[in-house]
Ligand binder design. Structure first.
Ligand code: AMP
Length: 428
């Protein structure tokens, strides 16, 4: 079936014009499904990751409504509220509205923590059409009566899974309680765990469902590999990968994931000392420092970015050809997000995960949620066959994996490998 071009969608002239300027000819699957439903005024429950084009999927119909139905906005109010888990993502969504709404007459602003509130309060004083906010600072400004949510017509919750991981459930519920009942609500999450579906039920009214990335599968155009090696050999293997990447043609940017902020700093420093242009982003850095690092990365000036999970959330850089999990994440869902930083907008990418002895349980959890084994890559000098073998056998010890009672599964297993990890730590 040939995909429908954007021209066939009933979008207003200023939107068609910007799509032509951006050279977007064909909507991505989520756009093709979401835009017509949203133009009809439906609520939406979307299971989709970033990189699927979901931002334009919700921004275009909202911009269309703002364009076709201009209205006086009351002081301190907004017609559209987008909630995002991190300031990086909020910034990116705000930028997308600015891009897609280039020929639409509307005001938009950002509200997020970690910076002074005065410019944000000033920007909200006269009201705006689109407010993109992180939950904590938004509630702060509402409590100080600088923002009023009673005029919201469009409510978007973006990356809800991450929002809940970061402990924003109570904040989100408080915010929802302040919204008018008559509104159009859009809810996006990369995974649809039961607590997320439960939350969606309390927010959406007769929603249309769209599932672009089935719950836990990873993008097909990402070449995923796992390396079994000793912790101390991770650095030399990383050097080898980075040298290969620097010599590659095309997508030369690399994101290296570290589990901790301290680890990210240390790694970036030692990479610089070894002659790689590297920088780190994590939650302890100021907003300005993070933006600067991200900008230099995007421009290829520091083609290696060492990141923690939270900081990398929403990082949307087209030319990331390689993602390295220097440490495996202890939350298996984070793996899906991490490797989604490569292969964006239809490009190909490679994701290499380092797995040392103390991380075998993490790998097992990851393979369980992506429902496939990650192909191993052993064409390097530090491969440990015994570890690979332990991983392979670990999955079939006693013939069958243990089956805890439903609901007890995750907690029980985390408890179990928490103990193992401590024990292996003591042995060192
Ligand atoms: P998102 O999932 O919204 O973060 O979008 C991922 C990337 O795809 C962004 O860099 C967009 O600029 C780009 N993009 C979104 N929609 C399209 C489209 N229909 N054609 C080409 N590129 C697109």
């Amino acid at each position: 079936m040939t995909p429908t071009p954007f021209e066939a969608l009933p979008l207003a002239a200023p939107l068609h014009r910007v799509l032509r300027e951006l050279n977007y000819t064909v909507p991505t699957p989520i756009q093709a499904q979401a835009i017509p439903l949203l133009l009809q005024g439906r609520d939406l429950l979307g299971c989709a990751q970033t990189g699927t084009g979901k931002t334009a999927g919700f921004a275009l119909p909202i911009l269309q409504a703002l364009h076709l139905h201009p209205r006086q906005v009351r002081p301190r109010s907004c017609r559209t509220l987008v909630l995002a888990p991190t300031r990086e993502l909020a910034g990116q969504v705000g930028k997308s509205f600015a891009t897609y709404g280039k020929h639409v007459n509307f005001r938009h602003t950002l509200v997020y923590g970690g910076v002074g509130q005065v410019p944000q309060v000033n920007a909200m004083r006269g009201g705006v059409e689109v407010l993109v906010a992180t939950p904590g600072r938004l509630l702060d400004l509402i409590d100080q009566r600088h923002i009023d949510l009673s005029q919201v017509e469009f409510f978007v919750l973006d990356e809800v899974d991450r929002m809940l991981d970061m402990g924003f459930l109570r904040d989100v519920k408080r915010i929802v309680a302040m919204l008018p009942a008559k509104r159009q609500s859009l809810f996006f999450s990369a995974t649809l765990a039961p607590n997320i579906v439960e939350l969606a039920r309390t927010i959406l009214r007769d929603p249309a469902h769209i599932n672009i990335m089935p719950e836990t599968t990873t993008a097909e155009n990402i070449d995923q590999q796992v390396c079994f090696l000793a912790r101390e050999d991770k650095r030399p293997l990383l050097d080898q990968l980075l040298r290969g990447q620097a010599a590659a043609v095309g997508q030369k940017l690399t994101i290296v994931f570290s589990r901790t902020k301290h680890g990210a700093n240390k790694l970036a420093k030692s990479l610089c000392a070894a002659g790689f242009a590297a920088d780190a982003i994590h939650g302890n850095k100021s907003q300005a420092a993070r933006e600067k690092a991200l900008d230099r990365f995007k421009r290829g000036l520091t083609p290696v970015l060492v990141a923690t999970d939270v900081a990398a959330r929403g990082v949307d850089v087209k030319d990331v050809g390689l993602v390295v999990n220097f440490d495996l994440p202890n939350e298996p869902e984070a793996y899906v997000h991490r490797i989604g930083r490569t292969a964006r907008a239809g490009a190909d990418g490679r994701a290499v995960s380092f797995c040392s002895e103390d991380e075998l349980e993490f790998l097992r959890e990851i393979e369980k949620i992506i429902r496939m084994p990650i192909p191993r890559w052993d064409a390097h000098a530090w491969h440990i066959e015994a570890l690979a073998e332990r991983h392979r056998r670990g999955k079939s010890v006693g013939g069958e994996p243990p089956k805890p009672a439903p609901g007890a599964q995750r907690g029980g297993q985390h408890h179990h490998f928490g103990r193992n990890r401590r024990r292996s730590g003591v042995g060192r």
